[in-house]
Design a protein around this ligand. Structure first.
Ligand SMILES: Nc1nc2c(ncn2[C@@H]2O[C@H](COP(=O)(O)OP(=O)(O)OP(=O)(O)O)[C@@H](O)[C@H]2O)c(=O)[nH]1
Ligand SMILES: [Mg+2]
Length: 201
């Protein structure tokens, strides 16, 4: 799929304030600092579109970006950022869980996993919660430029084993690097196919 336009649309602090839109949405979730905003920029082909930061907890609102005037990418705040204030964390959790379980035009949630690490409890718990909620997910193993391919494969395999205890089917998955552009065309192809299916439905 060719990206002809990618524009920031709006930010929302809660589900109620999300824009009323008929466009299909593809959202990014995952631990703080896993690379959600970076991946969004890579897909959009626009550096600096979503704000990237070396310190975790940077994205604090639900951020909407409209692609090709036809569909949306949604950048969510990360989970697992321990130093966020408690009351703020509760607001975060409500905002994210409401969006992920109640947003009617949400087509797919990409759950980002840092490919450098063996499965982390916080990620697995989050995946379990999403699966129970019935939210359509796909996995994205990020930052593959940072480890040897063998290590990445091993971590994916361990992750697959852990997820098999929760679900018979392993969701679609991708490996990405913003340094090399790995995974960009695969992810865009996946989104394009999903959009075609919704159109045909
Ligand atoms: N080497 C490498 N670094 C990456 C990659 N993706 C992201 N990073 C770096 O990881 C850091 C965090 O990236 P962000 O995109 O801000 O992460 P985030 O998940 O949006 O973080 P929060 O908004 O804080 O939850 C930045 O320093 C990025 O440059 C990647 O594929 N390879
Ligand atoms: Mg971010």
């Amino acid at each position: 799929m060719k990206i002809r336009s990618a524009l920031f649309y709006t930010s929302a602090p809660s589900l109620d304030s999300c824009p009323t839109s008929a466009l299909s949405e593809f959202a990014f979730i995952g631990r703080s600092n896993v690379g959600k905003s970076s991946l969004l920029n890579m897909l959009a082909g626009k550096e600096g579109l979503a704000k990237v930061s070396a310190t975790p907890g940077h994205t604090q609102l639900i951020n909407f970006f409209v692609i090709n005037d036809a569909w949306s990418l949604v950048d969510l705040p990360g989970y697992g950022y321990a130093t966020t204030h408690r009351s703020e964390r509760a607001r975060f959790e409500t905002m994210i869980s409401d969006y992920l379980t109640k947003r009617s035009n949400l087509a797919r949630v990409f759950v980002l996993i840092d490919s450098r690490h063996a499965p982390q409890t916080i990620d697995l718990e989050f995946v379990q919660w999403l699966m129970t909620a019935g939210t359509p997910i796909a996995f994205v193993f990020t930052k593959v430029d940072k480890s040897k391919p063998k290590q990445v494969q091993k971590n994916i395999e361990l992750f697959r084993e852990a997820v098999s205890a929760m679900s018979q089917e392993f969701p679609p998955f991708f490996t990405t690097s913003i340094e090399t552009g790995d995974g960009r065309s695969q992810l865009l192809g996946f989104i394009e196919k999903s959009l075609e299916k919704t159109r045909d439905a």
